[in-house]
Write a protein that binds this ligand. Sequence first.
Ligand SMILES: Cc1cc2nc3c(=O)[nH]c(=O)nc-3n(C[C@H](O)[C@H](O)[C@H](O)COP(=O)(O)OP(=O)(O)OC[C@H]3O[C@@H](n4cnc5c(N)ncnc54)[C@H](O)[C@@H]3O)c2cc1C
Length: 386
Amino acid sequence: MAPDTMTEDQKQIVAMIRDFVKRDIEPVASEMDHDDIYPQEIVEKMKTLGLFGCIIDEEYGGMGLDYTTYAMIIEEICKGWMSIAGVINSHLIMAYIVQTYGSDDMKRAYLPAMASGEKRGGIALTEPNCGSDVAAIETSAVRDGDDYVINGNKMMITNGEQGTTFAVLAKTDKEVRPGHRGISCFILEKGPGFRSGRHLEKLGYRGIDTSELIFEDFHAPATSLVGDEENQGFYQMMSALEVGRINIAARAVGVATAAFETAIAYAQQRRTMGKPIAEHQAIQIKLADMYTKIEAARLLTYQAAAKKDAGERCDLEAGMAKLFASEMCAEVAMEAMRIHGGYGYFKDYVVERYYRDAPLMIIGEGTSEIQKLVIARNLLKKYKQG
Ligand SMILES: Cc1cc2nc3c(=O)[nH]c(=O)nc-3n(C[C@H](O)[C@H](O)[C@H](O)COP(=O)(O)OP(=O)(O)OC[C@H]3O[C@@H](n4cnc5c(N)ncnc54)[C@H](O)[C@@H]3O)c2cc1C
């Protein structure tokens, strides 16, 4: 979106976030990333800025922002450091589930504390044996009087250590076929029988915690079930993942923009064969392609966010935005590194971080292959013959 089509509120919010990123994130991002240090001070500032509640309704203490403004915020944060966007992404996907499908009691119990950042959320779908194939999850929830008893392991969970409360998918019917019809979603707080497991070391997206979650005969009250009936969890989560996919697309636009800006600055300083490399046409063509693709990805992201803002399902638009933006980001980060020549390979230059962070966007919230399946399924519905 060109700045002149932004509302005054959006301009102010983006300016505030840009200031926060320049002052508090950029100066420390690469060092904290290299040392894999959790950004506690930044997280505390995010609380004071209201970012943990940015899309939570004002009635529950949030900022009540729309998804377009949310995408703008995420893009700005990711120009500084992508990991910071991960701190609020799955937290807000969980908040969306509670806000959209939870009972009034559940909303009152979680949303105000999530909006302030006192309760820190996440989502837990993936398991050691399945990620893309959500229908195959093995974590079980068995009704026992007024409780459910949860058993199973979740894998690669963002905020797994710092998070206190998670939207967890578990099987409540193991027999039904197809398997996704037997999945329920629960809002579960850590306690006896529910803990985080191994801390997982990553290529990029460092600083933020990714871990296992372990459930061993964990007793949760029946009121932890999201919605009035069992076996709705897959559908609730898929609707919420639209928000996650908008976040990932916006992240990709942010990281790619930072990579592009680093590259175009470097290209005007580095000289070969008697002139700045920016004057070689081969480099100019790279810059033109990079920028054009970033702009296209941003438009797709805003298109998806606008549809979600209109209260409509946006699986198709969010899938296309996530697919295009994440693949674009990986390409742009690689091109930015190539423009830096050998220096791009060293930790002294920030471009290596963009290059390591970019692949996550291709994987998280559904891989590119899965996005293509989602897109094609929606196209076949849209263009159904006879
Ligand atoms: C840093 C990080 C953070 C994460 N955070 C979370 C989190 O907070 N919560 C959570 O639940 N999960 C999280 N994940 C997990 C992530 O969502 C999964 O890794 C992802 O969905 C892919 O699942 P998988 O790793 O099991 O790969 P698999 O499903 O085993 O896929 C392996 C490969 O096969 C391809 N493939 C699979 N099925 C098909 C098919 N039908 N057609 C064509 N190709 C196919 C995939 O695209 C992929 O290339 C995180 C992952 C990472 C890396």
